[in-house]
Design a protein around this ligand. Structure first.
Ligand SMILES: Cc1cc2nc3c(=O)[nH]c(=O)nc-3n(C[C@H](O)[C@H](O)[C@H](O)COP(=O)(O)OP(=O)(O)OC[C@H]3O[C@@H](n4cnc5c(N)ncnc54)[C@H](O)[C@@H]3O)c2cc1C
Length: 388
């Protein structure tokens, strides 16, 4: 193999986007992937509604990323460019619920991936499956292929091995140990876009949904839908709160406003107008059965005190005990610290070695923001290399 070739480890969205960008600029690109197929997590993301980016206006879009470095990178290859890129692959999109961007219904996730892989093949990108990254040094990357250890020389090496959730998709985060051994700082991987384990008293509500409610934690608020589970709560407003609650020691209290469009005094006025509480909750305030069941987890005295009840409808406290186990959550926060990377996402300790995608220390809520940052960082690295 020629030493001038670009080597990419990981055939996920970030690695494949870097491959495409470099192949378009005429580079010879080889991608090494430990699975027998590409982008398994990308396909898993497709199972629950394949939202590839979000239609939000760019300046509020980038606020979804706390890491400023990612904000600039997303600006450079933004949601409009993702839609354009998909169109170039022949994949049409539409804006779905809450502004999320999906492929039109005639495209299954596997078809989106196939269109992308076909394009990469046309551009001359080679993907070597069944190759597991083990290590790298200044000039070569070390891999295992069918029990055989091999080394491959690189001119530029891009590491795009993903975060640490859903290990069965291939993102097993074993690279963390390799990086630790090289004294490259890694912010510990933590559950992100995770449900919460809550106090046991809420477990009886398993399977019940609260719709159009507002979840709050300190000054952060998010309207949406949540579901009670056998261990606690899940849902996009919950995932949104992850990054804020992570900064505190558990347990923490999050609050739920069951009637975001009605004031506490309006609720109280309705409750004062009747001797019986339940009919008012149901008929006058139009609370759902799930919301009423939640209120019934209060002790009797608190439930029957209408001043207290009105307050609690606006601010129902839920004690959160912990995140869910890392392997079952949608993504991980943490990863390669930005202090280890220059503005090209190149490792300062290893010039010519770049990182892209979820393995870098940023996080974002679901809604297309995760894939967007993976596409954008892949593009950014590819572009940086092609200009160097
Ligand atoms: C259930 C679920 C639903 C999701 N839904 C959405 C959504 O709707 N919208 C959204 O934006 N995001 C969603 N995501 C998140 C999104 O899929 C990920 O953020 C994204 O796939 C990360 O891309 P990546 O390229 O950084 O890493 P990955 O997609 O994880 O790809 C990394 C690749 O590297 C390979 N690899 C790892 N280690 C090695 C090694 N040692 N040697 C060789 N190869 C290796 C892996 O096998 C894998 O193929 C979802 C994720 C999950 C799990």
């Amino acid at each position: 193999m020629n030493v001038d070739q670009i080597i990419i480890i990981g055939a996920g969205p970030a690695g494949l986007m870097a491959a495409q960008q470099l192949a378009l600029k005429g580079f010879e690109v080889h991608v090494y992937e430990q699975n027998k197929a590409a982008a398994r997590k990308f396909l898993v993301a497709g199972n629950g509604g394949f939202n590839l980016t979000h239609s939000e206006e760019l300046e509020s879009f980038v606020q979804k990323y706390e890491a400023e470095e990612i904000q600039d990178i997303v600006r450079s290859f933004d949601n409009k460019k993702v839609i354009q890129w998909l169109e170039d692959l022949g994949i049409t999109t539409y804006v779905g619920s809450s502004g999320k961007i999906f492929p039109t219904k005639n495209f299954k996730p596997i078809q989106v991936l196939k269109a992308w892989l076909d394009r990469l093949e046309q551009l001359g990108v080679t993907i070597h499956y069944d190759h597991t990254f083990l290590n790298f040094d200044d000039s070569a990357v070390y891999l295992k292929n069918n029990d055989e250890d091999i080394s491959v020389k690189y001119s530029k090496l891009i590491l795009a091995m993903g975060g640490g959730s859903w290990r069965k998709t291939g993102s097993d985060a074993k690279w963390v140990e390799t990086f630790n051994n090289k004294n490259i700082e890694i912010t510990p991987l933590q559950a992100a876009n995770s449900g919460y384990n809550t106090e046991v008293k809420f477990h009886q509500l398993q399977g019940q949904y609260l719709k159009n409610i507002k979840v709050s934690f300190q000054e952060n608020h998010k309207i949406g839908e949540i579901v009670f589970t056998k261990y606690g709560i899940e849902g996009s407003p919950i995932y949104y709160m992850n990054r804020f609650t992570r900064k505190h020691n558990f347990p923490v209290i999050i609050n739920i406003d069951l009637k975001p469009n009605v004031t506490e005094s309006e609720i109280l006025a309705e409750l004062k107008g009747s001797d019986k509480i339940s009919p008012v909750l149901k008929r006058n305030l139009k609370l759902s059965t799930a919301a009423i069941n939640l209120l019934k987890t209060l002790d009797k005295e608190s439930y029957l005190n209408i001043e207290n009840l009105a307050k609690t409808i606006k601010k129902f406290p839920i004690e959160v005990l912990s995140f869910r186990p890392i392997d079952e959550v949608i993504s991980t926060a943490g990863g390669v610290a930005f202090s280890e990377l220059n503005s090209n996402l190149e490792l300062k300790k290893f010039p010519n070695v770049y990182c892209a995608g979820e393995m870098i220390d940023w996080e974002a809520p679901t809604g297309g923001y995760l894939l967007q940052a993976c596409f954008s960082t892949g593009f950014w690295v590819g572009n940086s290399i092609s200009k160097s």
